[in-house]
Design a protein around this ligand. Structure first.
Ligand code: NAD
Length: 496
């Protein structure tokens, strides 16, 4: 890959997006206000982004509604819808480097990851749903000689997509692509910390020929723009990824307004269990380290709890620590960097607070624990590992959303399964064993939406993604996500 100087040059040359995309046009907020968009790379302001509010949300929803009702997208021949979505995927691919640099600058993630992970994932997600959109079939009911009955999947209408800051464009695409493929209009509210790639997506959608109003992108704060979307009487569904606290609010907003559907992808405290008969300790150690430190630990499925059998715990932990010591915070735009900055000063402080609390609760600090690269002005935290974390400790129960691993030892397989389930969350879990029966039993007994055996995060767009318990409900990815954006209609025709 090329050099830091190259990516800095690319960054300087980009005209940073700053306006909302509403009704097919780039627009400042109606109030004229802008908010400072800060890069966690060095804490400086990148640009001022339109601070949209209730009035802008109203305009975007009205535009989405017009587009839906007149059928300019919904009733477009599936061949043409598909062509438009593939054209958008091609434009994202064309601008992959620009998008990756924007994502890296705005989130603090390593450019390498944005280029090789986020942006290709965005393209393949869009292509997956573009390919799927003409393979949506209804059913024919049993009927009688004088009645013919069938079902159709109909788009819901206007979808409000509210997304988080950790994988801003990918999380947006997990919602935008299936919602558009089903024929809906979308109003996308990106997280305020990194709004740039969503705004660029709105621009590219226009260039790709998506009709005006079909994809509106409205940057702004959660408590204003996000709330206005959640309470809107003309939004048919909120598709949300983010924290449980905001998920709760969105369900309230739904009840207070028009009973819009809500789907929630929330947080996690995901366990990775290493049984004594782990088939490959080196592979497991690699996944234990990267399962928590990828994207600075800012991953909803982060393997933040490592449950390891006491017979192998010391040797296994040594392997994890050896890998983790090589993961050093670096400049996100430097191509060699594999661990960047945390998204904001606030998120960094949260991680540091949990680190302090864990030490006070008696866990043994084995690595890291401090802020890093302070001179850069950015928001960096060292990869941190705590051993002997008690199952009741905050670090074992609460989502940090940062690079902090909690290690707990166990004796019996059933104890490990019990510990894995001893959480309000249920997003992901991993387990390492040679024992086929144990693998099957544990995979079934663990209450989580995603279970990986002998690998971590070992799945892709073809498999549903989402949580049990307080990790939410509704699924992203796979064909299940497509049907989430549709209503099921029964039609019965009496034959006379
Ligand atoms: P957050 O809930 O603070 O914000 C998410 C989005 O909600 C942002 O766009 C924000 O502006 C908006 N928002 C905030 N207050 C709002 C309100 N009152 N009304 C409407 N919208 C509002 O979450 P975050 O800090 O951006 O993201 C971190 C969380 O997201 C973590 O809990 C993480 O686990 C979760 N997450 C889950 C998944 C998943 O797929 N399950 C993926 C990524 C992140």
């Amino acid at each position: 890959m090329t050099s830091l100087a190259h990516f800095e040059e690319v960054a300087r040359a980009i005209e940073l997006p700053r306006d909302a995309v509403i009704d097919g046009r780039l627009q400042p907020s109606l109030s004229g206000r802008r908010f400072d968009n800060v890069t966690p790379r060095n804490g400086t302001v990148l640009n001022g982004v339109a601070e949209c509010d209730t009035a802008d949300i109203d305009a975007a929803v009205a535009s989405g509604r017009r587009a839906f009702e007149d059928g300019r997208w919904r009733n477009l021949h599936y061949r043409d819808k598909k062509r438009a979505l593939f054209a958008l995927a091609d434009l994202i691919k064309r601008d992959a480097e620009t998008l990756a640099v924007l994502e890296s600058l705005d989130v603090g993630k390593p450019i390498k990851n944005a280029l090789k992970g986020d942006i290709p994932g965005v393209v393949s997600t869009l292509r997956y749903y573009a390919e799927a959109l003409d393979k949506i079939y209804g059913e024919v009911g049993p009927g009688t000689s004088d009645r013919f009955s069938f079902t159709v999947h109909e788009p819901l209408g206007v979808i409000g997509a509210i997304v988080p800051w950790n994988f801003p464009l990918l999380m947006a695409m997990w919602k935008v692509a299936p919602a558009l493929a089903m024929g809906n209009s979308v109003v996308l509210k990106p997280a305020e910390q990194p709004p740039l790639t969503a705004l660029k997506l709105g621009q590219l959608a226009l260039e790709a020929g998506l009709p005006a109003g079909v994809l509106n992108v409205v940057p702004g704060f959660g408590a204003t723009a996000g709330k206005a979307l959640g309470l809107h009487m003309d939004v048919d569904m909120i598709a949300f990824t983010g924290s449980g606290a905001v998920g709760r609010l969105l369900m309230q907003y739904s009840g207070e307004s028009n009973l819009k559907r809500v789907s929630l992808e929330l947080g996690g405290k995901s366990p990775q269990i290493v049984f004594a008969d782990c088939p490959d300790l080196d592979a497991a150690a690699l996944q234990a380290a990267w399962g928590i430190f990828y994207n600075q630990g800012e991953v909803c499925t982060a393997a933040s709890r490592l449950l390891v059998h006491e017979d192998i715990a010391d040797a296994f932990l040594d392997k994890v620590l050896a890998i983790a010591k090589g993961i050093v915070p670096g400049d996100p735009l430097e191509p060699a960097t594999s661990f960047g900055a945390m998204v904001s000063a606030e998120q960094m402080q949260t991680a540091l607070r949990y680190i302090e609390g864990a030490a006070q609760e008696g866990a043994a600090l084995r690595l890291g624990g401090k802020r890093a690269r302070i001179d850069s002005g950015g928001f960096y935290v060292e990869p941190t590992v705590f051993d002997s974390v008690a199952p009741q400790a905050a670090l074992a129960r609460e989502e940090v959303f940062g690079p902090v691993l909690a290690v707990t030892r166990f004796r019996e397989p059933d104890e490990a399964i019990r510990l894995a389930n001893d959480t309000v969350y249920g997003l992901a879990a991993g387990l390492w064993t040679r024992d086929v029966s144990l693998a099957h039993r544990a995979a079934r007994e663990i209450r989580a939406g995603l279970v990986w055996v002998n690998g971590w995060d070992a799945c892709d767009i073809t498999m549903p993604f989402g949580g049990f318990k307080q990790s939410g409900f509704g699924r992203d990815r796979s064909l299940h996500a497509l049907y989430k954006y549709a209503d099921l209609k029964s039609v019965s025709i009496t034959i006379r």
